[in-house]
Design a protein around this ligand. Sequence first.
Ligand code: RET
Length: 321
Amino acid sequence: MSYNYNANPGIVGVVPAGGSIISPGPNYDPTAQVNNTNAPGIAFLWIAFGFMVFSAGAFFISAIRSRTEKIRKFSVVNVIICSIAATAYMSMAFQQGYVRKENGRQFYYARYIDWVFTTPLLLFELASLAGAGTTLTALIIVLDVIMIITGLFGGLSVRRGPTWVWFGMGCLAFLPIFYLIAIHYRKFLNDHTKRAYTVQSFWLIGLWLIYPIAWGLTDGGYIISVDYQHLWFAILDVLAKCVFGAFTVFLFRSALPYSEGYIADTIPDAPNHPEIFHNDREIAAIALPASAYGGSKMGRKASTNKPPGVSPASNSKPMAV
Ligand code: RET
């Protein structure tokens, strides 16, 4: 089934119901300055690329220097996030990864390819810090991927109706994400992760709320020029990736060993032995009595399962990292 463009002012011709065919309308002007990336836009893109490469390098060094598996994991996640973003920024700076909309405006789908991989990793990072567990982490990731894909389809839509319906659908997916981060995940926090999570979750929500607004003014509503679109998204992306990651990995480094639902409290001295304990699952497997797994008779006895090198001292000083 197809619709007449005349129902949509400014567009002539025929498009399918979803309106996702990118075809020239009467206002098609691929030469207009506002529809294109000019010298300033290219500069913004390369600067953002530089931030991403630099940050990926810093997180890589952090990963190499990590003494515990958890810190290593957070560092590596950030290496991946910044490397993917660097790739996307390079493609955009080289004027690739875009299509032209019905009015001739560049639409950079490369941005969405970046986000569909990096935003789940950012949420994975926050969910891990909270100790949210596999199921609720999977849920937030799926909702997030749906949110980004709605932005992509909204941006690809020629007809205004589908554009904003997609946008509404994306906002709908954002609501439970918001709820999980702001309220539900907090239930899993422990004394060591509370401060780090509180700062990081506020920071993430505050920044992420700006994205749909920026989208409405750029890929959705064509109000801001393509050059300024690059500037605003570059600022947001550097804050949401490089600065957010630096806070997690450097500022809150000492909280990370207590992430992922810290259960090593069963051996109070364990955090002082990062050289032995790579993560608290290993500690749990060695240390917890069988009853902790539901009372199976096949479990180890609590009294005989002290791992080597761990004193029974009951101090629980934060781990040196
Ligand atoms: C879209 C449009 C549809 C509705 C909503 C959106 C939200 C996007 C967000 C993007 C976050 C991107 C980040 C990038 C990393 O650096 C897709 C714009 C709600 C929140 C954090």
